[in-house]
Design a protein around this ligand. Structure first.
Ligand code: COA
Length: 174
């Protein structure tokens, strides 16, 4: 299996993969259905996909991860570049085989080389704490439960100097 950046030919397969991965997701608003594939397309259209990696097995795209910039509203010193890691998608038949973990680790590793200061994520703490994310009470997202919000600095320092409200790209508003 190969992990690499998305190409223009991958767009439809990525959307289909995300739809399948998030079908009937427990955290989904039933009135809206799956929106994650539209978020990714919105980010792509806006030029806001900072990093979009696909996991490819032969001809099949079996995993995908997206990172996009967040805006930090803060009165403290000007922060560097922060991104949100979302969504992460693995084909239902291929979940639990380490593909998600590889996408996350490889994505974070690549971002270190891009001078990204930190990454935030929303999701299950049991899963994301494995990759260096931890609850970070100085950072908050309006209207979202703090228990599912985690962050990490990629330079290994705790983000203690930041007291900020985190705003995602408008593509997440779908
Ligand atoms: C979440 C997801 C990306 C993980 O990818 P994956 O390739 O299945 O995961 P991995 O094989 O790397 O890791 C499997 C481990 O993660 C755990 N895990 C997977 N999803 C989890 C979740 N939602 N909560 C807690 N643990 C989870 C598994 O229990 C397993 O644990 P183990 O190593 O102790 O056995 C994938 O299951 C998926 O696409 N799910 C549907 C979409 C989704 O919920 N995306 C995340 C929100 S953005």
């Amino acid at each position: 299996m190969n992990i690499g950046p998305e190409t223009a030919q991958d767009t439809q397969a990525i959307a289909a993969l995300i739809l399948a991965a998030f079908h009937n997701h427990p955290h989904q608003d039933p009135a809206k259905g799956t929106t994650e594939h539209r978020i990714v397309q919105g980010l792509r259209d806006a030029g806001a996909l900072s990093l979009s990696l696909v996991a490819q097995d032969g001809e099949d795209i079996v995993g995908h991860i997206a990172f996009s910039p967040v805006d930090l509203e803060t009165a403290s010193v000007s922060p560097g570049t922060w991104l949100v890691m979302a969504p992460v998608s693995v084909a239902p038949a291929r979940q639990g085989q380490g593909i998600g973990s590889r996408l996350i680790r490889q994505g974070l590793e690549q971002l270190k080389a891009l001078d990204v200061e930190g990454v935030v994520v929303l999701g299950e703490p049991d899963y994301y704490t494995r990759f260096g994310f931890h609850h970070q009470h100085q950072l908050s997202v309006p209207g979202l439960p703090a228990g599912y919000f985690m962050a990490q600095r990629l330079d290994g320092e705790a983000p203690i100097y930041l007291q900020a409200t985190v705003n995602f790209h408008p593509a997440f508003d779908v």
